[in-house]
Structures are given as structure tokens and as C-alpha cells.
Design a protein around this ligand. Structure first.
Ligand code: UGA
Length: 400
């Protein structure tokens, strides 16, 4: 089977890499000449563990030329669907499917996150059959999640080819309507975002109650199989290119039916208050923040990625920078222009008055093996509090 993939961001590139390494003939198309040039030279334009290995193994073809899709049996579309003025912008999708349908009559599979009704709208414009196949991979674990998804969601008619493509994963496939498939994606992301905000509210409570620790509460809750243990890690909030955008798009979409998504709205409000709360705790600890030299560990929105889009860590950096004397960041891979960096954690620690952990990179656990005398503010709860003289962690009561 020959497969086209249009839009080579995280989802598209990982899909192309995994399917080609599984033996499919894959042709990847993007409109960005610089990206295609790099890919043709064997360079991977994003940081994602194992992606380069899988691209090398599968050797998909990369091109700017849509006409190569003529011989494709199926074409996946994974172009961006940004949120503009609180609403989803589908212009990249409509542009891509318009070009594809001008070249091939074969089925088009939408991987991009789109609001319910989008596949139908596309089918009103073009003659091709459109199948909805939302993606659930996480950045930083993208190859693993594509090879071992919990489920494959396939919406639309005559979807046997798509089901066959993903059969190698062994995951259960749910075959349903386009609209259900589209909504499953939003409902899943909104639920996960809500789970995080829920535990972050419990964390706020724990900070007030002696002898409580949100991590222990989360472990105790998570062992109940009805609740589940994942996405119950308290911290400075969720970020990235999906949860903030998708919760917003879902609320606006629901609004258009006069339906308010109260729980999702609360989840976003809780998330938006995380950084201020963290700063308030720092402010309560130190008499004067403006005298401090601080080392911030982490800038990406989570570990194993260099992506800092909607990153709580980057947001924290901008807010904290104005309040302290000096703020230096160490992150293993994420770099943002204008941010004051050091290239080494140990060098960065010299002459500092406090450490702030903003991203859950496991390598920051090295601090547990060092004799750290300055206060640590752990915004991701990755360190063992017992290993430090002064440890202030999200969701942990702090003795005065
Ligand atoms: C998320 C979903 O997990 C994927 O299933 C989905 O495919 C993807 O969005 C998407 O829609 O494309 P991603 O944004 O890559 O994936 O990252 P997550 O691992 O979900 O983390 C999102 C944010 O939540 C990060 O800032 C992370 O630090 C935070 N988080 C996560 C917590 O604060 N606590 C947790 O327990 C889990």
C-alpha cells in the first residue's frame, strides 16, 4: 500500500516514520521548503526521541510536490489547526484537502484535531471519501505511542483500508461516525486537562494542611482503577500545543450550540492560576525576591521535548525575571531567544540563592546527589524532599 502524509509536524513526521518502517511505501509532503530540504539531507527538524532512527529505517520520500500523491492509496492529513480568536482555524485543512483532491480521488484521512462536523464540511467541498482518525500521541513519547496506542479511532464510511494500516499495532479499533471520532479527540484531551487541574486544586489544599502530600494522595487515588494513576501529577500546570488550544476550541465550539462547558472552563481557569500561586509561595518564603539570584531548571512544556509552546516553564521565566535580581535557565534541549541560559547545571548553580524546577526532566534528579544548601522550589515534584535542607514543593505543606 502506498501512503501519503500531508503536513510534516510532530504527528505527520511520526506517522510517516512509523508507517514507512513498518513496510509501507510513504511519501511525505509539506509546504515548507526548508523543512523538506533538511529531511532530504537526513536531518530531523524537531527534537523527538527515536524519530531519527525510525525515519532512517523506513526511509520515506519527502517532497514539496503534491502531484506525487497521485499513486497513493490513502493520504493522511496532519496540518495544524490553530486556535485563532478562541476558535479553531481550519484554513490549513481546507487548503490541503483541496490540493489533494485535485490530484487523487483516493480516500483522505484526517489526523489533525478538528471540531465535529469538519469531515462532513470537507466532503461537501470535495468528491473524496473522508475518514477521521484522530491522533493520541504525546510529544516526547511519540514513537512509542504510535506503535502502541491504547486504541485506534476510525470515523466514517468504508474505512477498512485505514483499519488495515493500523492493524500492526494490535490496538482495539473503534469504528464509528466521523463526528464521534472528532469529538472523542477533544473529549479525551479536555478530560486529561481536567484531571491535571483537579489534582492541582487538591495540591493547593495540601499546601494548607500539615502532614499532607499531594503525591501520596494521588497515589492513593490512582490505585482505584476507576480513577487511574496517570495524569495526576501536580505541578505548575499543563502547557504545550494541544491542551490549552483544544480546551479553548472545545469551549467555543460548545458555545456555538449555547452549551457551556463548565468543567472544562474551570480546568482552564485553575491552570491559568498555577504560575501566580507558585510565585506567591516564593514571595511568602523570601522577604525580598528582588535580591535573589535564581537558577530555573527547565523551559520546555514537559520533559523529552524542546517544545516551549504554551510552556508553563517559559511563562514562569517571564514572570519571575521581573521580580528577581538575576534569573538563569538550564534546560537540556529547549532554547528560546532572549532567555538567559547556562549550558551546565552545576556551573549554573554557582552563587545562586534559590533553585526553581519548572520542567519534569528526570536528569534534574542529580540534585539529590549534590550537597544543595539553598532552597529548592519544586514546581514538578520530581525530587525527594527528604534529601534537601529547604524544600518547597507543589502540594506539600511547608513547615514555617
Ligand atoms: C497531549 C495528550 O496527552 C496526547 O494524547 C494528545 O495526542 C496530544 O496532547 C495532542 O493532542 O496532540 P502532549 O501535549 O504531547 O500530549 O503532552 P502531555 O504528556 O499530555 O502533557 C501535557 C502537559 O500536561 C505538560 O505540560 C505536562 O507537564 C502536563 N502534565 C501532564 C501535568 O502537569 N501532570 C500530569 O500528570 C501529566
Amino acid at each position: 500500500m502506498k501512503i501519503g502524509v500531508v503536513g510534516l509536524g510532530f504527528v505527520g513526521l511520526v506517522t510517516a516514520a512509523v508507517l514507512s518502517s513498518d513496510g509501507f511505501e510513504v511519501i511525505g509532503i509539506d509546504v515548507d521548503p526548508e523543512k523538506i530540504r533538511k529531511l532530504k539531507e537526513g536531518k530531523v527538524p524537531i527534537y523527538e526521541p527515536e524519530l531519527e532512527k525510525y525515519i532512517r529505517r523506513g526511509n520515506p520520500e519527502f517532497s514539496l510536490d503534491y502531484t506525487l500523491l497521485r499513486s497513493a492509496d490513502l493520504t493522511f492529513v496532519s496540518v495544524p489547526t490553530p486556535t485563532v480568536d478562541r476558535n479553531i482555524d481550519l484554513s490549513f485543512i481546507f487548503d490541503a484537502v483541496g490540493k489533494i483532491s485535485g490530484i487523487t480521488g483516493s480516500d483522505i484521512v484526517i489526523k489533525s484535531t478538528v471540531v465535529p462536523g469538519t469531515a462532513k464540511k470537507i466532503m461537501d467541498r470535495i468528491p473524496n471519501n473522508v475518514i477521521s482518525n484522530p491522533e493520541f500521541l504525546r510529544e516526547g513519547a511519540a514513537i512509542h505511542d504510535t506503535l502502541h496506542p491504547d486504541r485506534v479511532i476510525i470515523g466514517g464510511n468504508n474505512a477498512e483500508l485505514v483499519e488495515r494500516v493500523w492493524s500492526f499495532t494490535g490496538a482495539p479499533a473503534i469504528k464509528t461516525t466521523n463526528e464521534n471520532a472528532e469529538l472523542i479527540k477533544y473529549a479525551s484531551n479536555a478530560f486529561l486537562a481536567t484531571k491535571i487541574s483537579f489534582i492541582n486544586e487538591i495540591a493547593n489544599l495540601c499546601e494548607q494542611i500539615p502532614e499532607t502530600d499531594v503525591d501520596t494522595v494521588a497515589t492513593g487515588m490512582g490505585l482505584d482503577r476507576r480513577i487511574g494513576s496517570t495524569f495526576l501529577k501536580a505541578g505548575i500546570g499543563y502547557g504545550g500545543s494541544c491542551f490549552p488550544k483544544d480546551t479553548q476550541a472545545l469551549m467555543s465550539f460548545a458555545d456555538s450550540f449555547g452549551q457551556e462547558m463548565k468543567i472544562v472552563r474551570s480546568a482552564t481557569e485553575v491552570n491559568e492560576s498555577r504560575i501566580q500561586r507558585f510565585l506567591d509561595r516564593m514571595g511568602a518564603f523570601f522577604e525580598n525576591l528582588s535580591d535573589l539570584k535564581v537558577l530555573q531548571l527547565g523551559l520546555s512544556f514537559k520533559d523529552n521535548t524542546n517544545d516551549s509552546r504554551e510552556s508553563p516553564a517559559l511563562n514562569l521565566y517571564y514572570k519571575l525575571k521581573d521580580r528577581v535580581k538575576q534569573l538563569t535557565v538550564y534546560d537540556p534541549v529547549s532554547k528560546v531567544e532572549g532567555v538567559d541560559y547556562c549550558m551546565d547545571l552545576e556551573v549554573g548553580l554557582k552563587d545562586k540563592d534559590a533553585i526553581v524546577i519548572a520542567t519534569e526532566w528526570p536528569e534534574f534528579k542529580i540534585l539529590e546527589k549534590m550537597d544543595v544548601k539553598i532552597p529548592i522550589f519544586d514546581g514538578r515534584r520530581i525530587l525527594d524532599p527528604a534529601k534537601f535542607k529547604k524544600y518547597i514543593g507543589v502540594g506539600l505543606y511547608e513547615q514555617g
